[in-house]
Design a protein. Structure first.
Length: 219
C-alpha cells in the first residue's frame, strides 16, 4: 500500500485541528495529494455516530457501548476513506484514531486496555499509522483553551470536556504511556510551544517519511 498515514492525538485543547490544517496546506503546496479526516466522522455513518457520541448529553451510553460505537465509526472510515486514499498514494492526515479509544475509554474510563486494543485490531485490521503526533499539554491549560474558544469552530464543546479533571489527567497519562511503548511511531511535542514551531517539527518528521516532493525541493 502506498501513501503515508499520519494521525494526531492529544488531550482537549491541544491544537490538533490547527496542526492538521497547517500540515495539509503545506503538503498540498508541495504537490502531494492529501486527505484530511477527523474521528469520529468522515463518512455518513461516522457523522451520525459523532452526533450521538459527542453531543447527545441525554443519551446514557455505557462505557463498553461507547468504545464499540467509536470502533464502528473507525471501521467505516478505514474501509470507505483511508484505505482507498492510501492505495492511491495520498498522504492521509487524521485528527484522532485508534489510540484515542485506548486513551479515553481505556485509561480514562478504566476499561481493559488490552481488550480495547483487540477491538481496534478487529476494526482496522493491520492499518496502523506510520506516524502519530502527540500534542501534549497540562490538562488545566487545555481545558482553559477550549473554554476560551467556546462558540468557535476550534471550541466545539463536547461531553468529554465536561468530565472531571481526574478523567482528563488519566487520559493524558495514558497517551504518554502509549507513546513510551512505541517511540518509533510517536512524535511527542509540547503543545504550549508556538504554533509555527510545532508545525515545523511535525513537517520535518513527516518529510523524512515521504518520497521526494512531486514539485522538486520542498519550499
Amino acid at each position: 500500500m502506498g501513501g503515508l498515514f499520519v494521525t494526531f492525538e492529544g488531550p482537549e485543547g491541544a491544537g490538533k485541528s490547527t496542526q492538521v490544517a497547517l500540515l495539509g496546506e503545506r503538503l498540498a503546496a508541495d504537490g502531494y495529494a492529501v486527505s484530511r479526516l477527523r474521528e469520529p466522522g468522515g463518512t455518513a455513518l461516522g457523522d451520525r455516530l459523532r452526533a450521538l457520541l459527542l453531543h447527545e448529553g441525554d443519551l446514557d451510553t455505557q462505557d463498553r457501548a461507547e468504545a464499540l460505537l467509536y470502533a464502528a465509526a473507525r471501521a467505516q472510515l478505514v474501509a470507505e476513506r483511508i484505505r482507498p486514499a492510501l492505495g492511491s498514494g495520498e498522504v492521509v492526515l487524521c485528527d484522532r484514531y485508534a489510540d484515542s479509544t485506548l486513551a479515553y475509554q481505556g485509561y480514562g474510563r478504566g476499561l481493559p486496555v488490552d481488550e480495547l486494543a483487540e477491538v481496534q485490531r478487529f476494526a482496522v485490521g493491520d492499518l496502523w499509522p506510520d506516524l502519530t503526533v502527540l500534542l501534549d499539554l497540562p490538562v488545566a491549560v487545555g481545558l482553559a483553551r477550549k473554554r476560551a474558544a467556546e462558540g468557535t469552530a476550534a471550541g466545539e464543546w463536547t461531553r468529554f470536556e465536561a468530565e472531571a479533571r481526574e478523567f482528563h489527567e488519566r487520559v493524558r497519562a495514558g497517551y504518554l504511556a502509549l507513546a513510551q511503548r512505541e517511540p518509533a511511531r510517536w512524535l511527542v511535542l509540547d503543545a504550549r510551544a508556538p504554533i509555527d514551531a510545532l508545525h515545523a517539527a511535525i513537517f520535518d518528521a513527516v518529510r523524512r517519511r515521504l518520497p521526494p516532493s512531486p514539485l522538486g525541493a520542498s519550499h
